[in-house]
Structures are given as C-alpha cells and as structure tokens.
Write a protein that binds this ligand. Structure first.
Ligand code: DX5
Ligand code: ZN
Length: 213
C-alpha cells in the first residue's frame, strides 16, 4: 500500500517543516487538496501555496481538485509538474477531453468519485486513466469518519480495473487509519490518503509505516 499524507492537516504556519517531515518520514506521495469554496463548502490553497509545497516536497505531488472550473486549475498547476492531477467526475461535462489534456501536459490523469457515484459511471474512461480516487468521506474537510460503503465499491472497481486497465491504480481518501487500511488492501486499493491520522500521530514515520502494509 502506498501512502499519500494530506497536507490539509499540516500546520500551515509551519508548512515547509511539515511537508519536509512527511517526506523524510517515508511517504510515497504528497496529497494536496485544492478547494474553491464552490464545488465544496471550504476554501483551501491556490498556486502560490501549492508552488511553495512543490518546492520543498521531495516526493511527487498528488493534486486533488475539488473545484468547479477544472480546466482552469489544471492549467494553473501543470507547470509544477505534479505526478497526478485528479478531478471530480461529478463536476466535469467533458471528462474524457480533460483526461486527454492532463496527459498531454505530461501529468498522470485521475478521476475522483464522491461517495454516491457508482464505479460503473466511469467504465468507459477507465482505459485512459492512471488512477481512480474513491472518496470515503464527503469532500471538503479533514478529520471526518470513514464511510464503510467504499469497501464494496472498491471491490467492484478493482474487478473492472483488472479487466479493463490493470495499470490503473485505486486510491481512497478520507478517514483512513490503521483500523481500516487492511480492509482497503483486501478490496484491491493501492494508495491511501491520510490527513489527520498521520498529522495527529506522535510519530509521522510510525503512522505512515502502519499504513504501508
Ligand atoms: C477531504 C480531503 C482529504 C482529507 C483527508 O475533502 O480530500 O484529503 O484531507 O483527511 P482525513 O484523513 O483526516 O480524513
Ligand atoms: Zn483529498
């Protein structure tokens, strides 16, 4: 299991210290939550802060867009050369076109599904994706509790993935800790995002290690 700590739970007064800490603690990716106050009822960070994160991160960035105007934000963040940019399928009229655009910019395209969105809704996009991110909370805030229905959903998605595009990774985001990571692994999940679990733990290295099963 790969681990992508969510910077949303970092101390923003000590952002460089915290980004360096998770990278030194052995994380695999740095998860960056971009919220615009429209798609979700919260507002986080824009290009100034994300480029500051990119400068001090020694692990690849995993940018999770929770915004209305996906194309605008993709163009904004492309120069930072993140590993992944993921966007919500619920907020995109032309997801296939945007996948192609992200790939043409040299970035791995990923799609995010809210808790209510069935995996079958992206069946015909799967072949062109590098990752699918399943929300296990409603997007907008860190520290919420894990929605259990993501487990059967991940299983369904994993079996679709195995036939359509075995190279496509499955990521789960929200309420992840050492209490549910084994179930996620068993369901076929490859990457977990963890915000509050990693940042509230006495040892970030231990927290990350406990998820790398
Ligand atoms: C929620 C974000 C998550 C969140 C995870 O909208 O996408 O990445 O920060 O935080 P925890 O692990 O605390 O649920
Ligand atoms: Zn996220």
């Amino acid at each position: 299991m790969l681990v992508a700590p969510s910077v949303l739970s970092a101390d923003f007064g000590n952002l460089q210290r915290d980004v360096e800490a998770i990278c030194n603690a052995g994380c695999d990716l740095v998860h960056v939550d971009v919220m615009d106050g429209h798609f979700v009822p919260n507002l986080t960070i824009g290009p100034v802060v994300v480029s500051a994160i990119a400068k001090c991160a020694t692990k690849p960035l995993d940018i999770h867009l929770m915004v209305e105007n996906n194309t605008f934000f993709v163009e904004l963040f492309a120069p930072l050369k993140p590993e992944y940019i993921s966007f919500h399928v619920e907020e995109e009229k032309h997801p296939h076109r945007l996948i192609q655009k992200i790939r043409s910019l040299g970035i791995k395209p990923a799609i995010v599904l809210n808790p209510h969105t069935p995996p079958e809704s992206i069946e015909f996009l799967l072949a062109d994706l590098d990752m699918v991110l399943l929300m296990s909370v409603n997007p907008g805030f860190g520290g919420q509790s894990f929605i259990e229905s993501v487990i059967p959903k991940a299983k369904r998605l994993a079996s679709m993935r195995d036939t359509i595009n075995p190279n496509c990774l499955i990521e789960v985001d929200g309420g992840v800790s050492d209490t549910n990571v084994a179930l996620l692994k068993e369901a076929g999940v490859d990457i977990v995002v963890a915000g509050s679990y990693v940042f509230n733990h006495a040892s970030k290295a231990e927290a990350i290690k406990s998820l790398q099963i």
